[in-house]
Design a protein around this ligand. Structure first.
Ligand code: FES
Length: 349
């Protein structure tokens, strides 16, 4: 077989190794996360749905993990013990998995304990993914395994260089794509969006997307407003001490104008999209939420009142996030684009 043909086949082998390693990485993350959160036996369909979500990020994160691995391979190319290469992939994979988890935590609305609980699972995913990449990429044409094995050491060294170059190129692309989101937020952080909501009828919702985040505006009816002031013993955090909202909106309405709810349309449990149920959720929860309007998350049955406050006995850990916004006239809302620091603050609140 000619040199070019060999190199081409080997490149294909490397890319397959990368894709398989990423899938393994993502599935360890997904199944491990479900197991850690106690949801594993509960809802496989939801798990599969989440796996698609995780896989998308997994491709980027694992590619990023390969950059320092490639550097290690180049520095220790003589690899006297035969362990530098696999160790490089494994350590890089584990470290960057955890960094990736922290980065993810900055952009989705989850409790901070989510990060702590899942860090070991993510590290394990990186270790296993690193081994899978190493194992698949070191299988040689003659069936021998590993760059140090077999008679053809020159061929083995070329393979290492090719593996490093592929890892560096794919990884750099992953790195650039993972920095694109934070860059966009930084660039847009002084922007705002003015919305005239006077045409919303009482009881009508409106969704707008600001910096990739869906923001919900619901014009509350008189009955909804009256309901918010009623008995709050059923709520986890009626005074919104553990949730994010602008300081002047820590009240029963979570707003300066009781007529409007403005909230991030993302469940604080595992980030699903939530729905507005003006007639409650009949047929579920033994009728507990029938009749009165609520906000419902179909993923694991999270229920919030019409101020986005979560009901006891349902999974979300905190009330819905209220973004930074203000009324610049009676019915015109100014939503401020978040800065990176604010995104972190919201996470940590
Ligand atoms: Fe689990 Fe919403 S994501 S209840």
């Amino acid at each position: 077989m000619g040199g070019v043909a060999k190199a081409t086949i080997y490149l294909v082998q490397l890319l397959i190794s990368l894709v398989v390693a990423t899938q393994v990485w993502a599935w360890v993350l997904m199944l491990g996360s479900l197991w850690v959160s106690g949801d594993a036996s509960r809802d496989l369909v939801v798990g599969l749905f989440q796996s698609v979500y995780i896989l998308r990020f997994g491709m980027t994160a694992f590619a990023v993990a390969l950059v320092p691995a490639a550097v290690l391979v180049i520095i220790f190319r003589s690899d006297p013990t035969g362990w530098v290469v696999p160790l490089g992939y494994v350590i890089a994979g584990a470290t960057l998995s955890v960094l990736y988890l922290l980065q993810m935590g900055a952009f989705i609305s989850v409790d901070s304990s989510f990060l702590v609980h899942r860090a070991p699972v993510f590290a394990l995913g990186g270790i296993i993914g690193g081994f899978v990449f190493y194992g698949l990429s070191e299988i040689r044409f003659d069936g021998a395994f590993g760059a140090q094995g077999g008679a053809d050491r020159i061929d083995a060294r070329r393979r290492r260089y090719l593996a490093s170059a592929t890892a560096a190129v794919v990884g750099s692309a992953g790195l650039v794509s993972s920095l694109a989101g934070p860059f966009r937020i930084w660039r847009d952080s002084n922007k705002h969006l003015d919305l005239d909501v006077s045409k919303l009828a009482p009881g009508q919702p409106l969704t707008v997307v600001v910096e990739g985040t869906p923001i919900w505006i619901i014009r509350r009816t008189k009955a909804m407003i009256a309901q918010l002031a009623k008995d709050t013993a059923e709520l986890y955090d009626p005074d919104s001490n553990r949730s994010y909202q602008p300081a002047n909106m820590r009240n029963a309405y979570r707003s300066v104008n009781p007529e409007y709810l403005v909230a991030v349309r993302v469940c604080t449990h595992l980030g699903c999209s939530i729905s507005y149920r003006p007639d409650g959720v009949p047929g579920l929860f033994d009728g507990r939420f029938e009749g009165d309007a609520v906000i419902f998350c179909p993923c694991h049955g999270g229920v919030y009142d019409m101020a986005g406050r979560v009901y006891k006995g349902t999974p979300p850990p905190t009330n819905l996030t209220v973004p930074d916004y203000e009324f610049i006239s009676d019915h015109v809302i100014r939503i401020h684009y978040p800065s990176l620091a604010e995104k972190w603050d919201r996470r940590l609140n």
